[in-house]
Design a protein around this ligand. Structure first.
Ligand code: GLU
Length: 495
């Protein structure tokens, strides 16, 4: 049966990996069960919430490919989907709790309650707050509320609270562990625990999947469901994501927001794959799964209840795998923003042959690259080598008579148009070998150094024809061919 799930970010900052993982799991469960995903913005903390963050969160989710069926931007049958637009509803339910004797006014400020807590702690006792007006009648409560300045507190009953967490089994609190908690503050605004229960109920949520940091909140929410005589949803609390030293994941470990990871050249499907693999293993050996494949096999009930570690090397490995799965055209599209950043504007989609060439170059340059940023840097170097750098890297070629003869012969073949396919290139290699007597590394090393300034890189039998074809296509930006590169390496051409 299709389940209704929700992702409920607070727009108090950027979407970070922990929340992205929660969003992804909700989305996968909704899709896997043929259900719906609701996006709800929890912006009742007015001081810390802002629209810019909300926009950024929506954009990051969209980039990840996580689609919601109802939300603040698209509406839906159970809206509004922004808590700041639901305040009347919270007031209505708070009134109901007062009328039924489940909530009462309290004039003590949070600071006062906190100092009572400190006193109790110093005295070595446990602390459970119960307000002075806890046992007033509903009419007396209303009269007190009329005076203004009262928060409303929930009257926590003396009973155990039990609930089932899908990953941990039955859990909860024994009677007396929690004090009467605030449902609406003195200014009328709802607390998180109160608003979330009303929203999850009103939005017909069947299953709440959220981070384990919310586990202490759930008993309070269960109490509210019981008081309101509403059916609570099922709960799954996802284990935390830790840094490799098992401390709380923080900026110290590098990029932890989705935006930073994207800017670091990671593909959205690779990040989704990585997040899905936290605490979960696919049924067969293959760990590299695209979103549609994840959707088909992901099983939230199989998540390990142990915390998982954010392993950057694994993310990079997965990213390399996903880059290799892309078609040349897709790979080029994905790397284009990074090329633009590196100062290279490629021809628009109208220019078929040109784009095809750049796509082939991206595939060749990108072999083994783990980030789009790395691919962009390599592609940039292949398209526009630095002449100064190339000249400097080739001192050993210029000083070695045999090496000069080898690269000189290849420059001639290039000028004669004899290197623009693999077969022609291999013929040229045979001729140069015969003419110069150089073979193996003595032949290929100077050649590679002269055309790229490096001693390793893509296979020459692919790279050389590619450069030759590129030079003849008169691309924009212009791609120098083999002869020009060798001339520069040898210092025969300088301007
Ligand atoms: N707004 C809460 C948060 O961002 C989500 C709470 C929930 O999922 O219940 O942590």
């Amino acid at each position: 049966m299709g389940q209704r799930l929700r992702f409920a970010p607070s727009p108090t900052g950027l979407l970070h990996v922990g929340n992205a993982r929660t969003a992804l799991v909700n989305w996968l469960v909704a899709r896997h069960t043929g259900g719906s995903l609701v996006l709800r913005i929890e912006d009742t903390d007015v001081e810390r919430s802002d629209e810019e963050n909300e926009r950024a969160i929506l954009a990051d989710l969209a980039w990840l490919g996580i689609e919601w069926d109802e939300g603040p931007d698209i509406g839906g049958p159970y809206g509004p989907y922004r808590q700041s637009e639901r305040l009347d509803r919270y007031t209505e339910v708070a009134d109901r709790l007062v009328a039924s004797g489940w909530a009462y006014p309290c004039f003590q400020t949070a600071e006062q309650v906190e100092s009572l807590r400190q006193q109790a702690r110093q005295g070595g006792g446990s602390f459970r707050f119960r307000g002075e007006h806890r046992d007033v009648s509903a009419d007396e409560a209303r009269a007190l509320i009329e005076q203004g300045g009262a928060a409303l507190r929930f009257k926590v009953p003396d009973t155990d609270v039990r609930f089932v967490d899908d990953l941990r089994g039955e859990t909860g609190l024994v009677a007396g562990e929690i004090g009467d908690f605030v449902v609406t503050r003195a200014d009328g605004s709802p607390t998180y625990n109160f608003a979330v229960v009303i929203d999850d109920h009103d939005m017909r949520i069947d299953r709440v999947v959220r981070g384990e940091d919310h586990l202490p909140n759930t008993p309070r929410q269960i109490l509210l469901y019981e008081a309101l005589e509403w059916q609570p949803p099922a709960f799954t609390h996802l284990p935390l994501i830790l840094s490799p030293d098992r401390s709380r994941l923080s900026k110290r470990q590098g990029a932890t927001s989705v935006a930073e990871i994207r800017e670091g050249g990671v593909l959205p499907e690779a990040l989704c794959n990585f997040l899905a693999l936290l605490g979960w293993s696919p049924p067969d050996e293959n760990e590299v799964l695209r979103p549609a494949e994840l959707e088909a096999v992901y099983d939230v009930s199989k998540i390990s209840a142990a915390n998982s570690v954010f392993d950057l090397t694994k993310l990079e490995w997965l990213n390399g795998q996903h880059m290799a799965l892309l078609s040349p055209g897709d790979l080029l599209d994905r790397v284009t923003p990074f090329l633009v950043e590196a100062g290279i504007e490629l021809p628009g989609p109208g220019l078929g042959r040109e784009r095809e060439w750049f796509a082939a170059a991206a595939v060749l340059a990108g072999g083994g690259a783990r980030r789009l940023t790395e691919l962009a840097a390599r592609l940039r170097e292949l398209i526009c080598p630095s002449w100064g750098g190339l000249f400097e890297a080739n001192a050993e070629v210029r000083d070695d008579e045999e090496a000069r003869a080898v690269v000189g012969a290849f420059a001639e073949s290039s000028r004669a148009g004899e290197l623009d396919n693999e077969e022609a290139y291999l013929d040229a290699v045979s001729r140069v070998r015969e003419a110069t007597g150089a073979a193996g590394r003595r032949l290929f090393h100077p050649l590679r150094l002269a055309i790229s300034g490096r001693d390793s890189g893509p296979e020459l039998k692919q790279l050389i024809p590619l450069l030759e074809v590129g030079a003849r296509l008169a691309l924009e930006p212009a791609v120098p061919g083999v002869a020009e590169r060798i001339d520069r390496a040898l210092g025969l051409r300088r301007s």
